[in-house]
Design a protein around this ligand. Structure first.
Ligand code: GLU
Ligand code: ZN
Length: 508
């Protein structure tokens, strides 16, 4: 019977650097890390980089930087599997010497031709009794016993039985002489004293093979690690997350301005939940409450909307200084949409509390405040079209130009003055201020208008209102051409000039 390895837990995260660091890998890393933190165990990072054709150094760098970003620092490592080739070859020699392996010189075509009609797919054991020597051009296969079962005691899935008859004599060393992943993976787990193998369920089918290698190397009675195969991540259509269809790289979330604490919190909910049902969980709470036994085996929906919402909660909970700091890559970095010399962090800080209430990700911040740091607002043409179609827009803009020219410049006064203007034109404040907002910020939505104008300053505000008024005049003028004075022009023209409206507001 299997016994589980005793002692203080040692877990490992063993990614292969064959692509961008995937959210599923980050979840695997996190569950290992949480388990190590809560048991006082050791979290080992091992980069499985032996597949030279598929590895890239920048993907290794991506793994390391994502781990740092998420504060999942390893206690040991990063080890490089490629640095342990001698150990892998030594293990192959020992398996060969003990008769666990045999050499095979079958071509793929020959195997396929022989096994075409077979009920069980895979290699047919052809070379097992041929007794050929190992050597160049010959693969080494593991002689899997024909009878019996391997039982994986899985913490998440319970006992999973694999009849040995269903496992082919798998290749351990390629005909090129290179040991395969399964061999290196097992040899390293043995050497690193791994007690718990926590990884994605895509690796469950290869687990019995790893167990066979482990026992062949260490003896039948050896204590194997405990296994925990984590549920796969699926998208909204309940399909496995795919690199092509879904945004899966951790880096892309970082670039969009997700916070590491929020991202980590969300990853923890992919296959696990707090007994109380609470979802907003600080990392310390995760460490205390997480239980590997409570991980669910059914697929976990990677819900970007939920992640975004959770991130918004973290953004709102930040104190202003932390928020301003965290925004720097978007406000002061090369990707900021304004010239660096026009940005002023003090001004941004004034708006920051208003912005925090309105964004879910830091990447959404520049759109909220760019009107302050650009010489001209970036005009959203749909927003402008709504102003152009509004028969009272010219009146409102004229009124605002008049009133704002002389009133004192603070949010409270601007509010009062604009409310009076609204009353004058017979509109609710929200509707009346719409043309002003579009003129000043270029958008229909954004931080509160009066605070925004207070920060922007009188001169820039008036200049933008005038530019919008001029543009409106030009539109109205061109509409006039075909059919004489249109209703828009008539309404605007029928009212007293800007000065008159301004004076009326001033009296309010
Ligand atoms: N390096 C392999 C992978 O990333 C194996 C990982 C493991 O055993 O945890 O799929
Ligand atoms: Zn063969």
């Amino acid at each position: 019977m299997d016994t589980t390895r005793p002692g203080v837990p040692r877990v490992r995260f063993a990614p292969s650097p064959t692509g961008y660091f995937h959210v599923g890998s980050a979840r695997t890393a996190l569950f290992n890390w949480l388990f190590a933190r809560q048991t006082g165990g050791t979290f080992v990072l091992r980069i499985e980089d032996t597949d030279e054709e598929r590895n890239r150094e920048d993907w290794v760098a991506g793994i390391l930087s994502a781990m740092t970003w998420l504060h999942m620092d390893p206690d040991e490592g990063p080890y490089r599997q490629s640095g342990r080739r001698d150990e892998h070859h030594a293990a192959v020699d020992s398996l060969w010497a003990s008769g666990s392996l045999y050499a095979c010189d079958c071509t793929r075509e020959a195997v396929e031709a022989r096994t075409a009609g077979n009920a069980t797919p895979g290699y047919d054991g052809h070379c097992r009794t041929r007794g050929i020597e190992r050597g160049p051009g010959r693969a080494l296969r593991f002689a899997v016993p024909d009878e019996g079962t391997v039982v994986v005691h899985d913490i998440v899935r319970g006992d999973v039985e694999f009849p040995l008859a269903s496992i082919e004599d798998f290749v351990v060393v390629k005909s090129s002489g290179q040991p395969l992943f399964l061999l290196a993976n097992t040899v390293d787990d043995i050497a690193m004293g791994i007690t718990h193998v926590i990884r994605g369920e895509d690796l469950l089918p290869s687990t019995p093979k790893g167990m066979l290698i482990w026992r062949a190397l260490e003896g039948d009675g050896v204590a194997l690690p405990a296994f925990a195969h984590l549920p796969m991540l699926v998208n909204e259509q309940r399909k496995k997350l795919s690199k092509r269809r879904d945004p899966v790289s951790v880096e892309s979330y970082r670039e969009q301005g997700f916070l590491p604490e929020a991202f980590l919190n969300y990853l923890a909910l992919l296959g696990w939940s707090h007994p109380s049902g609470r979802e907003l969980l600080a990392v310390d709470e995760l460490v205390t409450a997480f239980r590997l036994e409570d991980v669910n085996h059914s697929p976990a929906f990677f819900d970007v909307q939920k992640l975004t919402h959770l991130n918004g909660e973290y953004v709102r909970a930040m104190d202003v200084d932390a928020f301003v700091d965290a925004c720097r890559p978007w406000t002061s970095g090369p990707g900021a949409p304004w010239p660096a010399e026009r940005f002023d962090e003090g001004t941004f800080r004034e708006l920051a509390p208003l912005v925090q209430e309105r964004v879910d990700t830091l990447g959404a911040v520049p759109d909220m405040v760019d009107f302050v740091f650009l010489a001209e607002p970036r005009m959203d043409e749909a927003a402008w079209a709504s102003v152009a179609a509004d028969p009272l827009a010219a009146t409102v803009l004229d009124g605002a130009l008049g009133a704002y020219a002389t009133c004192s410049w603070d949010a409270g006064t601007l509010h009062q003055v604009t409310a009076a203007l609204a009353e004058q034109v017979g509109r609710k404040l929200g509707k009346a201020q719409a043309p002003v907002r579009v003129a000043v910020t270029g958008r229909r939505v954004g931080p509160p208008l009066f605070e925004s104008m207070a920060v922007l300053g009188r001169a820039a505000t008036l200049q933008r209102l005038q530019a919008a008024r001029d543009r409106l005049g030009a539109v109205a003028g061109s509409e006039e051409l075909p059919g004489g004075a249109g209703p828009g022009v008539g309404e605007a023209g029928a009212l007293p000039g800007g000065a008159g409206a301004g004076a009326a507001v001033d009296q309010a």
